[in-house]
Design a protein around this ligand. Structure first.
Ligand code: 5GP
Ligand code: MN
Length: 349
């Protein structure tokens, strides 16, 4: 009779030795800080808050400390109200990081991604554990769990918790946080979402009592009037470069003012041109001020916008979603973009 072999439940397996070491570090830690990238998105906040609930359930003292606040659309997320954001509570944020003996870095790969907390993070003596899915991690850490093939840090956190035997510490709030991160980093399971593990995780989270349909509504249906208007205006003025299979959207400081722009109002805008079959990649330039243009890019297939951002806009990210910055006015940023675009034609399939 063939020997029965127990198959691992998930395809993605984290090195069990790493999982054990994380458990040990957590068990001996006295003051734990969890942090994530600036302008936190659903995955950054979801993974951070979920971990916070688990650590609390383990009887640990833990705080989520971030560079800035959650966007309006994520204010509903359980745990968000307890976050210490440096824009609002600078002293407390620095104090908690200085006091911490263990710091979890969730959903970012580079210390500069915590913005105003970068110095505090790099000079901290705390042991650091990175759980992330961005390419090329460069945070000095005790333990690195970096899996770029996993679509969200929240899913990766779940896989860690499962291997650690800690999913029993996930309450409904923490489950909602993990689901939100998985949903937002996959466009509600419409890209990077072919991994069957994801649906086993969703199954488990639903068994914890989450209302997934309501979570979608809470994240998606919170637009302000300014968001609806600015999204329409920006799409109307989109430029297409058919010979380069590119789309460009720009918004100047003046336009942002005119539309009463609030942070988060253009979330997802850069994805919209990808719905045109002829467009392989899309670029959004937002002039935050005359010396800083935020660059956002999205692409399809193997075309790497991360490479474009790295090589030209002091940024990076993933193959299909990347960003960076340009120091100068919008006109100059656009000029540079138009100049470099032909260099990437060779990567178009
Ligand atoms: P978004 O376009 O939503 O701002 O960012 C998409 C992805 O690009 C992020 O998840 C992050 O990986 C990356 N990214 C965005 N801005 C920057 C940046 O200024 N520097 C780096 N290294 N990566 C960025
Ligand atoms: Mn993420």
């Amino acid at each position: 009779m063939a020997e029965f072999r127990k198959q691992p439940r998930f395809r993605t397996v984290i090195d069990p030795a790493l999982v054990e070491r994380v458990k040990q570090l957590v068990l001996v830690a006295r003051d734990i800080v969890i942090t994530c990238h600036v302008s936190p998105d659903g995955d950054a906040l979801g993974s951070s808050c979920a971990l916070w609930y688990v650590l609390k359930a383990l009887g640990k003292t833990a705080h989520v400390v971030t560079a800035d606040c959650a966007p309006r659309s994520l204010q509903f997320l359980p745990g968000v109200r307890d976050i210490v954001a440096a824009t609002r509570q600078a002293d407390r944020a620095h104090e908690l990081i200085a006091k911490a003996d263990l710091i979890f870095c969730m959903d970012f790969n580079d210390p500069s991604r915590v913005d105003r907390l970068t110095d505090a993070l790099t000079s901290s003596k705390a042991k650091k554990i990175v759980i992330d899915h961005h390419l090329d991690p460069c945070i000095e850490s005790e333990i690195l769990i970096s899996r770029p093939e996993v679509s969200s840090t929240s899913a990766l956190l779940y896989l860690f918790l499962w291997q650690a035997g800690w999913t029993r510490y996930l309450n409904r709030s923490a489950a909602a946080c993990i689901y939100t991160g998985m949903m937002t980093d996959t466009g509600n399971f419409s890209y990077n979402s072919n991994d069957p593990d994801l649906y086993l995780i969703v199954h488990d989270l639903m068994r914890k009592g989450i209302d997934k349909d309501n979570l979608y509504k809470l994240v998606m249906n919170t637009a302000s009037e300014s968001r609806v208007r600015i999204m329409g205006y920006a799409q109307y003025k989109m430029q297409l470069l058919p010979s380069h299979r590119a789309a460009i959207i720009t918004l100047s400081e003046e336009e942002l003012k005119e539309f009463d722009y609030n942070k988060g109002d253009t979330e997802g805008l850069v994805n919209v041109p990808l719905s045109i079959p002829e467009v392989t990649y899309s670029v959004f330039l937002r002039e935050d001020d005359k010396n800083c243009v935020k660059v956002s890019m999205r692409s399809k297939g193997d075309f790497s916008v991360s490479l474009m951002c790295e090589e030209n806009f002091d940024g990076g990210g993933h193959t299909n979603a990347a960003g960076g910055e340009f120091h100068g006015p919008l006109g100059k940023a656009l000029e540079k973009l138009l100049e470099i675009i032909p260099n990437y034609d060779k990567y178009l399939q």
